[in-house]
Design a binder for this molecule. Structure first.
Ligand SMILES: Cc1cc2nc3c(=O)[nH]c(=O)nc-3n(C[C@H](O)[C@H](O)[C@H](O)COP(=O)(O)O)c2cc1C
Length: 173
């Protein structure tokens, strides 16, 4: 069994579609765990980024550094990733060239109630991942009309679950 795959949802909302999809994956794979870094971290501040950063930052860097891979689920806010998710990446990607994401395998999916499935936010992340030294895994995975694919019991439409599982399988490998 491979090591831990850390799953990060870009949404804080209790009723988040993105988080519902993340939970569905975590429920299928025992070595996938969800982490709420978006809520836990302060806004990036270079003055806090010392040899003894806030505990939430130290936890983030240790957990990502020890992980087998990372899966990011993102909504789209104004044609980009939510600010809180960008903040997670900013903390994780320091110190420059010596950080916990160097060589880390990262997969991304996007979703939206709209027709584009979060395409702009996913493109943004997929372009950024190699730039900070991580390895992008999987195809562009967009889930449009996401509000129609999740049941009240959290069940996910089979074709969507199959696409998510395919990416999760690549990350678990
Ligand atoms: C500030 C803000 C900006 C948004 N901008 C976009 C956008 O650019 N494209 C889009 O498809 N949906 C946009 N939406 C709608 C979100 O896709 C929708 O609220 C979605 O349900 C958020 O994801 P969640 O369900 O995981 O919280 C925006 C929502 C908010 C709150």
């Amino acid at each position: 069994m491979a090591g831990t795959v850390i799953v990060i949802s870009g949404s804080l909302r209790a009723g988040s579609f993105t988080s519902a999809l993340c939970r569905a994956i975590v429920n299928q794979y025992p070595n996938f765990v969800m982490r709420d870094y978006v809520r836990a971290l302060p806004t990036y501040d270079g003055d806090l980024d010392t040899a003894t950063p806030p505990q939430s930052v130290a936890d983030l860097r240790r957990e990502l550094g020890e992980s087998h891979a990372v899966l990011i689920g993102t909504p789209e806010y104004n044609y980009n990733v939510p600010g809180g998710l960008k903040n997670v990446i900013d903390w994780a990607s320091r110190p420059f060239a010596k950080h916990c994401l160097i060589g880390r395998r990262i997969g991304v999916f996007g979703c939206s109630p709209g027709d584009r499935g979060g395409k702009a936010s996913v493109e943004y992340l997929r372009n950024m991942i190699p730039l900070f030294g991580a390895t992008l895994i999987g195809p562009e995975l967009l889930i449009p009309k996401v509000n129609t694919v999740i049941g009240d019991d959290g069940s996910i439409e089979a074709s969507v679950m199959q696409r998510l599982s395919s990416l999760a399988g690549e990350l678990a490998a």
